[in-house]
Design a protein around this ligand. Structure first.
Ligand code: ADP
Ligand code: F6P
Length: 475
């Protein structure tokens, strides 16, 4: 339960992320509720912070001129950062999600450049840095997250030489040829180099960053290290390495083993008409997730007569995301048009070919859905990790199910025994889906066993411990 606090408190561990773990929701009657924020970052860091004492600096998800008072929520001290409606448009929807997001995801849609957006990004990063310095105790560990806050490391260092500063990127870091497009590229690199340690999802992401420092910034590099001038000292070394993120595997497995979750999974299947094959997609409604490619492949399989309802059905859960950004609006229109066409052409009464749901679900319901699904379809065109793939595997304590997984996810580098696909290759994607449906059950169980071994051994607590050890120099 949220409880307001008036005293300024300081902490030995401070994390900063664009969003707080809870979003502020103002109801019609004016009362305020706090609801869990969307996305993989919150899923991961919520678990990490659950066992620790610390502060979380972030935005409430609502416009406002003044920050809400800090408050304690589930043991964490939350320090809200205020963003005005203009700043949300320029810093969050604009620079973060219409400039950086496309560049960091292979320019799947073109990036937009506006100098005013950059100014807002700088101003908001400065405000985050001030808030971090306010709540960081002497010698604290400061852990900054993601592409929205790339200037914060250097801004914190300028004020506080006593703290240890780390940054983790939940999304990919682009190849230098794409990063080079960014007019403020050197200032972004300088912002990040304010950190002591930089964590990335894949080895390739860390290498891309080091290469960008060398080629675009002229910094000296050696292996994972970048050499930064740091007067009055001679220099400082910043290390950039891969620390792939994970999930609360034990928590999910426990949830999956509960009799009520299993009963709910059976109930879900029954309400879908007990199909022979239930296929499932779960994503934020984002163009990086390859939802259009997935639907196209599924539609062609239906057109070719290789599968048909009521034997086969597809459930696509698409959480609303960044709805004021044009590319996201367009995506929603296209997905909804496609779902309408597929259902018009292929549904039978009482058995739609696609069930499309445009909202989020509580964790318990997600795990029941994972348990109910015969084939989980994860087809991003580019994704830093994709926690959904790992969550599916962790939930399959029964060793059932099959995972179709894009090779353009971070998860692929750990889960390559899955039914792997290149989502751009529609024939290949169709084959991967069919293969996942048709492979004999005992073979699928062997695959799931191998996937589970990997996921269960590398959970989110281990990830956090490794990041913090790298940051504090104890690894
Ligand atoms: P991203 O961070 O890009 O959104 P991830 O797959 O890494 O993608 O993480 C998404 C997180 O949000 C996962 O923990 C997933 O379970 C959760 N999630 C995604 N869609 C929904 C939904 N419709 N309802 C509830 N949780 C969802
Ligand atoms: O990891 C990518 C990310 O942008 C995270 O920063 C965030 O948790 C998630 O996706 C959701 O995005 P948004 O905060 O823009 O809704």
């Amino acid at each position: 339960q949220a409880g307001a606090t008036t005293e300024a408190e300081t902490f030995d561990l401070v994390i900063a992320a664009n969003r707080l773990p809870v979003d502020k929701v103002v109801l019609d009657d004016g009362t305020v509720e706090w609801q869990r924020s969307p996305g993989g970052l919150v899923t991961a860091m919520e678990s990490v912070m659950a066992g620790r004492e610390g502060a979380w600096v972030g935005w409430t998800g609502q416009p406002g001129d003044e920050a809400d008072a800090p408050f304690h929520n589930e043991g964490i001290y939350l320090r809200p950062v205020a963003l005005t409606a203009d700043e949300i448009a320029a810093y969050y929807e604009g620079f973060s999600n219409d400039t950086l997001w496309p560049i960091y995801h292979d320019v799947i849609v073109p990036a937009t450049f506006h100098r005013a957006w950059w100014s807002a990004y700088e101003a908001v990063n400065r405000r985050f840095a001030d808030a971090v310095c306010e709540v960081a105790a002497p010698g604290a560990v400061v852990w900054i997250h993601d592409y929205q806050l790339q200037l914060v490391p250097a801004l914190v260092r300028a004020q506080r030489q006593d703290v240890r500063i780390g940054w983790f990127n939940h999304i990919p870091f682009p190849p230098v040829e794409l990063f080079a497009q960014l007019p403020w590229r050197k200032r972004v690199l300088a912002g990040l180099l304010g950190a002591d340690f930089l964590g990335f999802q894949r080895v390739a992401d860390a290498k891309n960053f080091v290469r960008a420092c060398r080629q675009l910034g002229g910094w000296q590099t050696k292996g994972q290290n970048v050499v930064v001038a740091d007067p009055p000292r001679e220099h400082r070394i910043v290390r950039a390495a891969a620390v792939p993120i994970s999930i609360d595997t034990q928590g999910l497995a426990e949830l999956a083993n509960r009799p009520e979750t299993r009963a709910r999974a059976r109930e879900l299947r029954a309400s879908l008409g007990n199909p022979e094959v239930l296929m499932l997609g779960v994503d934020r409604l984002d163009y990086t997730k390859g939802i259009r490619h997935r639907l196209k492949a599924y539609e062609e399989l239906l057109d070719d007569g290789q599968i048909a309802p009521p034997d086969v059905t597809f459930v696509q859960i698409a959480t609303p995301s960044r709805e004021r950004v044009e590319a996201y609006r367009q995506l929603r229109e296209e997905v909804e048009l496609t779902v309408g066409r597929i259902n018009g052409n292929h549904s039978v009464i009482g058995a739609p070919a696609v069930h499309y749901i445009h909202h989020g679900y509580p964790r318990e319901e997600m795990v029941a859905l994972f348990l109910a699904a015969d084939v989980m379809v994860v087809t991003p065109l580019r994704d830093g990790m994709n926690l959904v793939a790992k969550e599916y595997v962790a939930s399959r304590t029964d060793y059932g199910g099959a995972l179709v997984l894009s090779e353009f996810t971070g998860a692929y580098h750990e889960l390559h025994q899955a039914f792997v696909c290149n989502p751009h290759d529609i024939e290949g994607l169709k084959n991967a889906m069919l293969h996942a449906i048709q492979t004999p059950a005992d073979q699928k169980r062997r695959i799931m066993r191998a996937l589970r071994r990997r996921v269960m051994a590398h959970d989110v607590q281990r990830w956090a411990a490794r990041f913090l050890a790298d940051l504090t120099g104890t690894s």
